[in-house]
Every structure is written in C-alpha cells, then in structure tokens.
Design a protein around this ligand. Sequence first.
Ligand code: NAD
Length: 492
Amino acid sequence: MFNDQITVQAIINGEKVKAERHEARENPTHPEQIAGYAPINTREDAVRAIDAAHTAFASWTKVAIEERIERMERAIQTIKAAAPDIAELLSREHGKPLYDAEGEIGVSLAWMEFACQNAKDVLQNEMREDENGKTIIAHDGIGVVSAITPWNYPLSLSTIKIAPALLAGNTMVLKPSPLAPLAVSKVVEMIAAEFPNGVLNLVHGEADVGVELTSNPKVAKIAFTGGTGTAKHIMKAAADTIKNMTLELGGNDAAIILNDFDVNDERAMRRLVISNFLTAGQICMIAKRIYVDRSIYEQFVEKYIEAANKWIRVGDPFNKDVTIGPVNNKKQAEFVQSLIDDATAKGATVVKLGKVLDKDVFEKGYFLQPTVVLGADYNDPIVVEEQFGPTVPILPFDGDEHAIELANDSIYGLTSSVWGDEEHAIEVAKQIQAGTTMINTAAVQGLDVRFPFGGVKQSGIGREYGKEGLLAYTDTHIINIPKKGELPYIPE
Ligand code: NAD
C-alpha cells in the first residue's frame, strides 16, 4: 500500500499541509534507494500547529471521557486493519526486520488498549468527605503537549504519549525524528482523523522546530524521548515558562550474571542474547554491558557465544530468516564502529557473532556484524557510553558488592537485569539504581505496558505506561469545601 514514492505531510488543525521542501528518507538496507519523503517544516509551521492545539484545547478538555475513549478505540481499529502495511513501511525506512516492526505495532496497540480500558477509572474525579468537609480531587488536562520522539521505536514511543495525552483531555503537536518519519506519520494521520481538528497535530523537521515546540509559551507540557544531551537543551528552552515534563532518555543498562546462573540454561542464554541485540541493539533499554561473576566467566563467555551464533542472522529485514537488520543510519553505524575500534586499539578482543545471510546487501547497507568485546577496561568508552548498536562488552566482577558498584557507576539508570537464583537476584536487584530491574530476563522481554516505565538519574524524569503514564498528562486540581473554613488559631 505504501510504495517508495510515499510522501507524508504535516497535519495542522485537521488539514494536511503541503510543505515547500521535502527530504528523502533513505532505506538503510539499500542506501541507494529511497524509503519515502517527509516534509521539512519550519518554525512558523510549528507555531501554527501549537496555535491550533491551543484553540482546540478549550473545547476538547470539556468532552466527556466516554467520547474520548470511543474515538481512541476507533483509531485502534484503523491501525489494526493497516498493520501489515505499516510494518512494511517501518521496516523499509528503519531497517528493523519485519517481525520486529510487527512487534512494535503490537506493543503500541496493547498500550493504547490498556489506556482506553483504564482511562475512566484513573482519570475520574475523586470525592473525599469527612467531618471537616468535602474535597474534590480532579485530574485535569494540562493543555498543549509537545511530543518529540526518536527514530528507534517511532510508533510505540509516539503512541505511548498520544493515547494518555488525548484521553486526559490534552491536545498535542507531535514531531517525529527525521530518521524514521514515515510509518509514524501514517499512524498519527489515522489517529488524528478520529479526533476534532487541532486535537492532534503533526509537524516534521529538525532542531529548529524542536526549539519552537519546547519554548513556545502556549505549550504546557513536553513529552520527550531521545538522547540525554538533547534533553538538556530542552530543559533550558522550557525553563522560561516552567513547563511540565516527561523525559525518557538514554541508558547504559547493566546485566549482572551471578555465580549461581546456570550457563547451560539455553533458554535463559537466548533471552540474554536477544536482550543485547534485538533491533540491532538500538533500544534505550537493551542490556548494554554484561558483568559476570569471575568464577563462571570463562564458561559463560563460551556458552554465550554459542547461543548468540544460533540466534543472530543478519541481513535484509524482509528476509524471514533474518533476526537482525542494519543500523538505522550511517552516523550511528560509524559511532558504534568507532567504539569497537577504540576498544580494539586498547587491546580488547572483538568476537563476531552469528551469520550474515545476505552478503550483497550487507556490503552496501549500514550493517555491522554483531560482536562481543572481551577484555575491555571498566572505564573504556565501549563500557561507559551508550553504544546503541549491535555490540556488547562482557566483563568479570569479584563478588556481588563489586557488581552492584559497577552497575551503579553510571550517569544513567534506565533498566538493568540480574541473572541467577531468583532470591539471590532479587536481593542484588534491590540495590541497583534504575527505573526497572528484571530478573532472568531483560530489555523489552520484561516490559509490561501495565506498569510504569522510566529512568532515574540522567535517564529521565517521570513515567510512561501504567496508570502513572495516564496521570502524567494531568494536573491535579483540588476543590476544597471545608465545613467551617476557619483556622482554630485565629482569634475572634
Ligand atoms: P535525539 O535526542 O537525537 O532526537 C530525539 C528527537 O529530538 C528527534 O525528533 C530530534 O529531531 C529532536 N531534537 C533534536 N534536537 C532538538 C532540540 N534542540 N530541541 C527539541 N528537539 C530536538 O535522539 P535519537 O538519536 O533520535 O534517539 C536515540 C536516543 O533516544 C538514545 O539515547 C536512546 O537511549 C534514547 N531513547 C530513550 C528511550 C526511553 O524510553 N528512555 C526510548 C528510546 C530511545
């Protein structure tokens, strides 16, 4: 349905807006081919979108919750019907294999459904009454939300914001990343069509559009997912008007393999490999450094490489046998390679993993063969920095205290995982600084849309998913009706 001539447009106040300039989105598997075209919108376009959202807020926020839910449910049905076409488009522009693109749509829908099912309960006003009087606790919409999203999971990281924001009575302007703008635009278009004009707007572009979305006084909240460096600019841009913010940022998630982990547990080992390499490692919550108890280090490395060689099959995302596609863009592939080169130059051993299935494609696209890096130093960039690509360092540790210290020695604190005997692992998990810690699984395998997700330290502020992810788009408004309304210590 969506061929390589697809051209997506901005949506402002219910209208598709023709842009003067468009940018071709290259196909990372075949960089000589185009995946489609996205507009380069201007700051003026962003202002118009914010104005439209601002005007729409006045009436949208008064619409009954039942109607908001009904509209969102209709959008869910439209997306479901178009899912195969959306998945293909996403694979083509992003480089993730088709099964992975389908998985992303599945998570997006699961969250939208959860949000619809829980919106009424979570967002309804509470009334408390006692001998002192009555209090209404209202969860009001905040206003115009600017949503800014990255390229790695463009659909799920957009719907994670759109569904709760609109259900809670907010309006939105969303800006996706220019590195994966196509499939998300189709999804936003499908959702926007079910809502009154101006409730959900879409603009494309680079940092200049982002700056407007984060500094414009009519924007009340920013919902941003992306790099920690970008978030620092956003906080500064938003400071003048003190905006509400949810920030989902980078991570450098540790996987701790305890001395009682069974290295012969093939299912667990496969889960760990997937936790490192799904989506070519381009996931905020992927396990990005593995620490192994020294007493089992050698056996672990041997079995890990065995498991990785079985699961990893690199090639064309449309080849059904492929588990890992290319890196999304040249800059990212070069960055990951530079970390590997740096580790090699310092004496680390780099072991290639898995099979390359489509050799011709591999040579021309932005592919990196997945690797493990052995013998790196604890402070090497490959260990300390967020690689965001198909490589992972494995390092030994001496005792649980050491493992906890290594895991916590990071500016990040998104997710983490502990592998071994369950009780032992839980004890260690409690001491790790992270928004989520998983036991004997990691990354998206342990993700559950029913529970809040987010980071500590420089991995973010606030939570998405779960009931918390709905309340994040509300301001609490207290209406107090005290019986007397007089303070006991004030004299007559
Ligand atoms: P990025 O920060 O470069 O870009 C994210 C978005 O911000 C894009 O839409 C971009 O155009 C926009 N942007 C850039 N400069 C801006 C500015 N000055 N003001 C406003 N917007 C601006 O991130 P990326 O490279 O697209 O994504 C990768 C990063 O995202 C990684 O660090 C990853 O860990 C993180 N991420 C975090 C989560 C999470 O839930 N914590 C999920 C996915 C990705």
